[in-house]
Design a protein around this ligand. Structure first.
Ligand SMILES: [Zn+2]
Length: 104
């Protein structure tokens, strides 16, 4: 059964959480902090490699956009909009398997 794309994506700004309803009805909840921490754009990745922490940056999300059926674009309130999250990566974040996913 196809798991992606999700049936529904809801940004809950009031509680800083993204709610995703997958094809099978499972609900994933990811905090905006986690999405910022796991932003996989080249700029965030290179800063993480040299150990620059992102604690001073806002994790508030302005909006999310669907990129076709393959990925989610997260636009942070501070204007950072280069984070494209493919659905399997979103699922890995939601289930705490990011390291596993990146090492695969
Ligand atoms: Zn980024």
């Amino acid at each position: 059964m196809s798991f992606y794309p999700p049936q529904k994506v809801r940004l809950k700004k009031d509680i800083g959480e993204l709610e995703i309803i997958w094809q099978n009805g499972d609900i994933a909840k990811i905090s905006c902090d986690e999405l910022r921490r796991y932003c996989a754009c080249s700029s965030c990745r290179s800063r993480k490699l040299i150990g620059v922490r992102l604690v001073t940056e806002s994790a508030e999300i302005a909006t999310v956009n669907l990129i076709g059926s393959t990925a989610l674009q997260v636009v942070f309130a501070d204007g950072h909009d280069r984070g494209i999250f493919p659905w399997p990566y979103v699922n890995a974040i939601a289930t705490g398997r990011v390291q596993e996913f990146l090492n695969a």
